[in-house]
Write a protein that binds this ligand. Sequence first.
Ligand code: CUV
Ligand code: SF4
Length: 635
Amino acid sequence: MDTSKRFEKGNGGCPSIQCETNQDVLCQSCASGVVTAAHRVAQRAAEPCLFGKGGTCCRNCNMGPCQIIEGVDQMIGVCGADAATVAARNFARIVAGGSSAHMDHGRGMALAFLATARGETPYEIKDAAKLRATAQRLGIDPADKATTDLAIEVGTLLVNQFGQQEGGLALMKRAPKARQEVWAKLGVAPRGIDREVVELMHRTHMGVDQDAANLLFQAARCALADGWGASMIATELSDVMFGTPVPIRTKVNIGVLKEDEVNVTVHGHEPVVAEALAMAANDPEIVAEAKKVGAKGVNLAGVCCTGNEILMRRGLPIAGSFVQQEVVLATGAVEAMVVDVQCIMQGVSPAAGQFHTRLVTTSEKAKIPGARHIAFDEHRALDSAKEILRQAIAAYPERGKHYIPVHQMDVVAGFSHETITYMLGGRFRGSYKPLNDNIANGRIRGVAAIVGCDNYRVLEEVHIELAKELIANDVLVLVTGCAATGMGRAGLLTPEALSMAGDGLKEVLEAVGCPPVLHMGSCVDNSRILIAATEMVLTGGLGNDISDLPAVGCAPQWMSEKAVAIGQYFVSSGASVIFGPSFPTTGSKVVTDYCFREMENLYGAHWDVAQTSNEFANKMLDHINAKRKALGLDK
Ligand code: CUV
Ligand code: SF4
């Protein structure tokens, strides 16, 4: 990859990269001196370490590190480990790392939920209907129970799933029967949530599991504990507590920052902090304090998945995706960036340091040199939030030279699985039947999920071109995470984008006013896609299992370990997944073949890799066409 092309304008501050907005901001004089990930990609050697990239570099013990080359006898590990073992171990550890992030997030949500049920936080149970439905799914009879009692029962059961040692996960019983049988047959049904990560870390320790296939079974079990366990718990409880998303119109991109308000960006993942800030930002006391320093109020905007959480539920704007986090600061117009956990580049600290911007860490789990730490305690969530906002208000008079770009775009978000049934349900509101029928009759060819991060190592905006190609071919596109934010910037999350869709898709969606690309939320909300796929199966007409559906997923610019965990739970659930621009096991043909081919025999779904949007689109359309054919939908 020729990274020199990124700096065509040559002033050192002006990378020619993906997003026009980023370039616009970084070319301003106020941004000079701000170093972003784009700069660091260019400053480093052009490619990441080739051994590391292919997954065959091991440093799991102190006889190494060992670089291993498949097929070269003298290039095996000092312990004798071969490339397959090492690639499988490394892949498994990526899954463990990614899953653990969602598990800690899910646990945090479950504990906050339980505290809320007990009346110990300022949050409430906003969606009592969803609480009842969730209780029923968990085998708890909601009849005649008060909301708080029911919430305590549900919260207790779900908190216990994390430390559970035996028995299956409660929410896995939602999956199609055929899928549960696949898991049982392969022995990959998780027994508890945390247990599967610990076992995976143990099995990848030096001298334990040395059978690549066996390691990858445990990786699948761990990933399933993420998708059908931790992530699903996080999504469901966040909905019950903060409201199940419904379609909502708002804006994305850096232009959502405001000239005359105190700009507070909230970056990270767990919605508890962002929700509290949203409550506090409207508090008359805080508004008065903001006015005292000459601002009209507090403007809260999201970055990364926290942004997706508050966009979906509150219609608050998103200032930026992952690749924009430092660029948002480079405007010089942000009074505070409040972060919790995950996807926060350490580079935000020096970037904030160039300005009056207060960088505030809130989680004991994630501190950053140069940031001030204000521990967020959900029991006193409003007070913590106010304390944080006061830092931002104090910074407002110090705002110096700054530049807020004009770029912002309308988006319609809020497509929970419940919303989709309602909107696409036609006269069957609450049913997937019309969607299934439209897939069967070919107006909609299939469903594709484009999820995951954005990444400066990828020059082309793959997400956007790919989505355009898919909708033009009558494929309904579901998006989450930073991919969703990118689609938003490009205008694909509005009903007007239907002009780019094929005739069939257009006809179906125009009638209900849906965009052709449906924003389903944050990364933990990929669990919504599992549920939507399950509902499609249960509705009938498209086979007996998720692996029968004309559906496929991808993460074309993955960066985080979480993306790999998500990919693996999709594959293990029967939905094939294409990653790009690289796949982390390519140093071992044995392991890569296993992921790309053998998994198809086991799970009815497999991994694949692609680079350009064109390559992604072709593979995804081929996949959908093959599934349609197998279902007998196309002659
Ligand atoms: Ni959790 S994991 S960069 S914020 S999507 Fe965004 Fe999403 Fe990847 Fe991180
Ligand atoms: Fe090398 Fe084996 Fe130690 Fe890995 S576990 S570093 S391959 S000796």
